[in-house]
Design a protein around this ligand. Structure first.
Ligand SMILES: Nc1nc2c(c(=O)[nH]1)N[C@H]1C(S)=C(S)[C@@H](COP(=O)(O)O)O[C@H]1N2
Ligand SMILES: [Mo]
Length: 397
């Protein structure tokens, strides 16, 4: 039979004796489980996680632009910056979230689990918040490590769970605004910490320092001056053929035979279509630019590229200057075998079909015979082993 106490459907008091071990009443004695600690860590997390969310949106919409979205071509390091910040703030959030969960631990196991319908809803949103935040940080970290032990498509899952998490965060802040105010208005430590135990100030400080350390020792993947302290980074920007890392080698993409085939032809399929052999591409006016490859996984490297202006090819084929352009690779499978170009990037002087990299012919792994290299865009859109340039027909490429 269900007893109704304090308007509840369930008699939580009766279930109380079932709570055992670390969940029993009074099990949490540390002064670190405090709203003062939680509020300060929450503030640090809001900045780090919020920045991570916004830069994540930039990355998502650069790769999947809505019909009206046209991303600028300058500064050429725009995506290098936003994605570097995205991965850095996500990394910094890991120790901050760990410390915050520790500080609010007793609240997560509070009894009764729900006092009212509203309280139950608030706690359910907490489940989404904690679950979502942990999911985002874990999948992000594994993505940087290029380890995909799951079957879902990472970018879409990472994107949609981000919205759920941010939604739950807004609900959480609104529900807790008074607690947050109170926590922030009081000093962290009211009395000296007991000898041998950590003061709240040291705990919050340690979490912030830990966030700083994991960020500083990984951000060298993209921030060249910090490359020397990039001891935890998963990629080194300067390791690879022609001083550039490789994402997806020629062997992995299974294009070696086609890329080295002497009968290779670039197809430019516009109102006046034409094809070009490699020697004809080389005979065209060559341009040299300094542009980065900025991988979504957080590493980025500036390099010197030479090749043919995409705009020259488009003009010769009679493309409308405002047309969306579809770029296809010799690769026949894999998600990044094609990309799209939109104005102003499609018309930019620096957008090339690259034939040379850092002073030598393009390495097979970097896209020989030619690869797309354009300013201010994710590495995934810098298509290698280009076979065909044509008019884009709907979709986001
Ligand atoms: N055809 C093709 N082009 C591709 C890819 C791919 O898998 N296939 N990977 C992209 C990704 S994710 C990145 S980061 C860059 C890396 O270029 P790099 O290997 O020359 O450094 O190439 C892009 N171009
Ligand atoms: Mo990438």
């Amino acid at each position: 039979m269900v007893h109704r106490t304090r308007g509840n459907l369930i008699d939580w008091d009766r279930l109380e004796p079932l709570r055992k071990g670390p969940l029993r009443e009074g099990a949490f004695t540390s002064p670190l489980h405090s709203e003062r600690v939680a509020a300060r860590l929450g503030l640090a997390l809001a900045v780090a996680f919020g920045t991570c969310f916004l830069t994540g949106l930039v990355s998502h919409f650069m790769q999947h632009p809505a019909g009206w979205m046209h991303w600028p071509a300058s500064p050429s390091w725009l995506y290098r910056l936003t994605q570097g910040v995205h991965v850095a703030t996500g990394t910094a959030s890991i120790p901050l979230l760990g410390a915050k969960l520790y500080a609010v631990g007793p609240k997560l196991f509070a009894w009764p689990p729900a006092r009212s319908l509203l309280h139950a809803a608030e706690r359910a949103s907490l489940l989404l918040l904690v679950g979502g935040a942990v999911f985002e940080l874990v999948t992000g970290l594994l993505n940087v490590a290029r380890y995909y032990p799951w079957h879902f498509f990472f970018p879409m899952a990472h994107y949609w769970v981000a919205w759920i998490t941010i939604g739950a965060l807004v609900v959480h802040v609104a529900a807790k605004i008074e607690v947050i105010r109170r926590g922030l208005s009081k000093p962290l430590d009211t009395e000296d910490a007991k000898p041998g135990s950590l003061s709240r100030r040291s705990f919050v400080g340690a979490a912030v320092v830990a966030g700083g350390i994991v960020t500083l020792t990984t951000v060298g993947e993209t921030l060249t001056p910090l490359r020397r302290v990039d001891v935890l980074g998963q990629r080194r920007g300067d390791i690879g053929p022609q001083q550039l890392p490789v994402n997806k080698s020629a062997v992995e993409a299974d294009i070696t035979t086609r890329a080295l085939n002497p009968s290779y032809r670039l197809i430019v399929d516009g109102p006046q279509p034409f094809t070009l052999r490699l020697d004809q591409l080389r005979a065209m006016t060559q341009h040299t630019v300094r542009l980065p490859i900025s991988c979504v996984e957080g590493w980025s490297v500036q390099a010197t590229w030479s090749g043919v202006r995409v705009r020259d090819l488009l003009d010769r084929a009679g493309f409308d200057p405002s047309a969306d352009v579809h770029v296809e690779s010799l690769q026949t499978n894999g998600r990044y075998k094609e990309s799209f170009l939109r104005t102003p990037i499609s018309r930019d002087d620096r957008t090339l079909l690259g034939l040379r990299l850092n002073g030598a012919d393009l390495d097979l792994d970097h896209g020989f015979p030619c690869r797309l290299i354009a300013p201010a865009r994710p590495g995934v859109l810098q298509t290698k082993w280009v076979a065909k340039i044509s008019l884009a027909t709907g979709g986001d490429g």
